[in-house]
Design a protein around this ligand. Structure first.
Ligand code: FEO
Length: 399
């Protein structure tokens, strides 16, 4: 059975936990699950704010029916069209056919194309207000957080920001739903991994949204994923500022792809070289084992990135290609880069890494090195040179 948890007078969390889905958007691992948060305001008018993914929609609609005891839903606010928040919309509208769907000019073509929903639509614009009785919702457009149609709803009586994906997180809400009821340390990586992989591409949009939202007297943040924020609003806002500006710590992420261990030996040589030069925060990832979302999350944390790959046939190893593609797609900025490879019998890895360096436009600390087969003394020395160059730049930037 689903739960309804009172957030404020006549305002409820009616979300669900998803512990079964392995991959969010069928791509991002969910080791701690994910919550789809939906909210209900029961006033002179009844409004549902964002719905949930379709896999739990029957329980969800029953839960709303139970809470409303025969009253209808008047409005469904679609802050964000992505199906993890609109999956239950058709079911909800089938139960409440007179409900009006509230969105903006970019929402409705998506509703038509995804769900063939064409009627009972109310279009809102920047600053439009919807009166519900004691509560009213004002809408602000926050495009590309993280689709073009995204907006947020601000409830002014209690100061509640229904923020959509902004300030969201992976991880289920296990009992507690408020930030001061849950173990934020346990969720920390899932909060930053959600930002870096889902929102991270849109740093400029995030900065614009923060500027806009900082003018509002927010006392509660109700995102569509992760805990409801009431005690740590300034903390998460500060994190968003830092992340959206690609602020990083002194440290190095080494990601390697290796078939038979030769490229890994080079990665270890570099890691040791960094440690001997006083770099403490070193994270070494094998791209065949670690999903790119974790590597990218570490890259959002640390300034230095060193990438190494063996060749695979005549190109780079496939799991390194996936990582490079993701980084290029996200367009992560403001890093130092070193890279190396092992050419097996054909070469190809360094060619692709050269192209990556051109695309991503990070500062390259030293020319790359490519070994052939097992790294010899000269290859190991070249790896040490990459480590030395990276350490020197980091010490200069973070004295
Ligand atoms: Fe939680 Fe962009 O969907």
């Amino acid at each position: 059975m689903n739960q309804a948890i009172r957030i404020k007078e006549n305002v409820y969390w009616i979300g669900v936990n998803d512990r079964r889905t392995h991959l969010f958007e069928n791509y991002w691992p969910l080791p701690k699950g994910v919550a789809y948060n939906s909210y209900l305001i029961v006033d002179e008018k009844v409004a549902v704010i964002d719905t949930i993914e379709r896999n739990k929609m029957e329980d969800y609609v029953e839960n709303i029916e139970r809470l409303l005891e025969g009253r209808p839903v008047d409005y469904v606010i679609v802050n964000h069209m992505e199906p993890d928040h609109t999956g239950a919309l058709k079911n909800l509208l089938a139960r409440y056919p007179d409900a009006v769907v509230v969105g903006n000019a970019k929402t409705f073509p998506m509703l038509r194309n995804f769900y063939d929903i064409n009627d009972h639509l109310l279009e809102v614009k920047e600053g439009s207000t919807l009166e519900l009785g004691r509560h009213a919702l004002t809408f602000y457009m926050t495009p590309m957080l993280h689709w073009p149609e995204t907006m947020v709803s601000f409830e002014s009586t209690e100061g509640i920001l229904f923020s959509g994906d902004i300030f969201g997180a992976f991880g289920t809400l296990d009992g507690g739903i408020f930030d001061d009821e849950v173990d934020l340390d346990y969720l920390e990586e899932e909060i930053s991994r959600y930002y870096s992989n889902i929102v991270g591409k849109f740093g400029q949009a995030a900065r614009a949204a923060l500027k806009k939202l900082e003018t509002l007297p927010v006392r509660l943040i109700c995102a569509t994923h992760g805990p409801v924020r009431r005690s740590t609003i300034s903390d998460i806002v500060a994190k968003y500022h830092a992340w959206s500006k690609y602020e990083t710590d002194k440290g190095v992420v080494i990601a390697f792809s290796s078939m038979y261990g030769n490229t890994e030996r080079m990665a270890d040589e570099i890691a040791r070289g960094l440690a001997e030069k006083g770099i403490k925060k070193i994270r070494v990832h094998d791209t065949s084992k670690t999903h790119p979302s974790y590597i990218i999350n570490d890259i959002f944390r640390f300034r230095g990135v060193i990438l190494g790959s063996c060749a695979y046939n005549t190109d780079i190893f496939p799991t390194m290609e996936t990582l490079l593609h993701e980084l290029e797609q996200i367009g992560v900025k403001n890093h130092l880069l070193g890279y190396f490879g092992d050419k097996s019998w054909s070469g190809g890895a360094i060619r692709r890494l050269d192209r990556f360096a051109e695309n991503i436009k990070w500062e390259v600390v030293r020319a790359p090195h490519e070994a052939w087969g097992a790294p010899g003394a000269n290859d190991r020395e070249e790896c040490r040179e990459i480590a030395r160059a990276m350490a020197e730049r980091l010490h200069a930037l973070y004295p």
